[in-house]
Design a binder for this molecule. Structure first.
Ligand SMILES: *[C@@H]1O[C@H](CO)[C@@H](O)[C@H](O)[C@H]1NC(C)=O
Ligand SMILES: *[C@@H]1O[C@H](CO)[C@@H](O)[C@H](O)[C@H]1NC(C)=O
Ligand SMILES: *[C@@H]1O[C@H](CO)[C@@H](O)[C@H](O)[C@H]1NC(C)=O
Ligand SMILES: *[C@@H]1O[C@H](CO)[C@@H](O)[C@H](O)[C@H]1NC(C)=O
Ligand SMILES: *[C@@H]1O[C@H](CO)[C@@H](O)[C@H](O)[C@H]1NC(C)=O
Ligand SMILES: *[C@@H]1O[C@H](CO)[C@@H](O)[C@H](O)[C@H]1NC(C)=O
Ligand SMILES: *[C@@H]1O[C@H](CO)[C@@H](O)[C@H](O)[C@H]1NC(C)=O
Length: 406
């Protein structure tokens, strides 16, 4: 039953990205306001569970990895014996159990494969020579997911076809995935792409006016990675957006996202909201999510830039400029990226994704809920020489879903 739930979620996320990359309201958070099935944004009147280690006198039935005691809202945790299992709870008020991970195949053209079913069938023709094969240049297409690496599906001379990605400085894009991997699309018109220009990510300084279409879908063209509507109704790139205090910042209002607001941005005339999240520590503390200009997030943004400017990325579908996380690997990047750069990228991504959740967590809790994070951290600290390309660690489907919501 749990397994079904996970697959449905994975399928839903694939469909969601198909219809436009912006799953949640990501206008101000293009890299995702990462959350996962263990941590939901706190709603009013909700409290956070406390997380600690299983006590010696507790007996866990069969596949229990987290015993939820409602009397004191405490989850006693014990890692799953088999690390390939995922410790999962469908509901914060229930036990966590070890569930099998059967990742839904979402490999796109360019991703490595060993059999046809490894490739996402809607988008790939076959697995040939160990690679998922998509459509060639000029082949008729309905979605960019079908096109081979370094190309996108665009209407050219009235016909939808796979065409080479557009260099920065040139026109013809409808969204950022039409542009070379390190560029986004400055969108002026939704029906006349000759008016739209690819521009390098990060190239627009704070205060630069951009169109609402550009702001809504690819604010990474701004140096801060963020944009918004100012008091005059103009859409502008923001300055770096940082938390209003040292991170992690305790939620100013208990169990509410109200107050999790960044320092004011001079161009917008206001700050940006964050979310109040639960930390899986013995106190069940609450902290505000990171802002995009906070140090751990800046480190992650640098890893994205490095990946997007790499030669390795040219082996990957244009959507994997923001790789999804499946099987605790970054889609496509795991196949082609330099192992040292890869381990830094994965670690920074997981660190930002779970920044609040893991704050003050006991080791046993991390081992139970986030074994893939601990492994990524080890690999990173060992200079990327770990087993990052053949991990048997449980899929971070949760993170995978969150990352797709970029
Ligand atoms: C939760 O797990 C504990 C330990 O395995 C078990 O004793 C208890 O019955 C479980 N509760 C429910 C509602 O399944
Ligand atoms: C929580 O409740 C359980 C079951 O009543 C008890 O064994 C445990 O000691 C309590 N934990 C704390 C931290 O009070
Ligand atoms: C979560 O589980 C509790 C206890 O079984 C139940 O009362 C509650 O309705 C569930 N919540 C959701 C959203 O399913
Ligand atoms: C684009 O849409 C606008 C407004 O709907 C319309 O005036 C214009 O003619 C359209 N341009 C093209 C090239 O279809
Ligand atoms: C963007 O601006 C255009 C023209 O001003 C307007 O028609 C459209 O509704 C706006 N879209 C959004 C998402 O704000
Ligand atoms: C930010 O939070 C405040 C207070 O909760 C809310 O009124 C406002 O609409 C939020 N702004 C956005 C852009 O979500
Ligand atoms: C990689 O994994 C294998 C098998 O699990 C193990 O024997 C080996 O020590 C690991 N190597 C590193 C560097 O962790």
């Amino acid at each position: 039953m749990f397994l079904q739930t996970i697959q449905v979620l994975a399928l839903a996320s694939v469909i969601l990205i198909t219809i436009g990359q912006n799953v949640v309201n990501q206008k101000l958070h293009p890299y995702g306001s990462f959350s996962n099935i263990f941590s939901e944004e706190i709603e009013d009147a909700m409290t956070c569970n406390k997380f600690t280690c299983k006590m010696p006198d507790q007996n866990f039935a069969g596949n229990t990895c987290g015993y939820f005691v409602s009397a004191n809202n405490t989850v006693y945790s014990q890692p799953c014996e088999d690390e390939s299992l995922l410790c999962f709870s469908p509901n914060v008020s229930q036990n966590y159990t070890c569930v099998i991970n059967d990742p839904f195949p979402i490999a796109l053209p360019g991703d490595k494969c060993s059999k046809a079913s490894d490739c996402y069938l809607l988008y790939s023709k076959s697995c040939t020579g160990g690679i998922c094969i998509g459509l060639d240049l000029k082949d008729s297409c309905t979605s960019t997911f079908q096109c081979d690496p370094d190309s996108s599906c665009r209407k050219i001379n009235g016909a939808w076809q796979c065409a080479a990605l557009i260099e920065a400085g040139k026109t013809g894009c409808l969204n950022e995935y039409d542009c070379e991997y390190s560029a986004g699309c400055s969108i002026v018109s939704l029906n006349d792409t000759s008016k739209n220009t690819c521009i390098k990510y990060g190239s627009l300084t704070p205060g630069t006016k951009i169109t609402n279409y550009t702001c809504n879908t690819n604010s990474n063209v701004c140096s801060s990675g963020l944009c918004g509507e100012d008091n005059n109704g103009n859409f502008v790139c923001t300055d770096e957006i940082i938390s209003s205090g040292q991170t992690p910042l305790s939620c100013p209002e208990a169990y509410s996202s109200t107050g999790c607001i960044s320092k004011e941005d001079i161009y917008l005339g206001h700050g940006l909201n964050g979310s109040c999240l639960c930390a899986y520590n013995p106190n069940g503390d609450t902290y505000c999510s990171l802002q995009k200009g906070d140090a751990p997030y800046v480190a992650l943004r640098n890893e994205y830039s490095k990946w997007q400017s790499s030669s390795a990325i040219k082996n990957c579908n244009t959507n994997w400029r923001y790789p999804a996380l499946a099987n605790s690997k970054l889609q496509c990047a795991a196949d082609y990226y330099d192992s040292k750069d890869y381990s830094a990228f994965l670690y920074r991504l997981l660190y930002v994704s779970y920044y609040v959740n893991i704050y003050g967590s006991e080791e046993c809790v991390l081992k139970t809920l986030y074994p893939f994070y601990l492994q990524a951290k080890d690999n990173f600290n060992n200079g990327g020489n770990g087993n990052n390309t053949d991990s048997s660690i449980s899929i971070a489907l949760t993170a995978f879903i969150a990352v797709l919501a970029i």
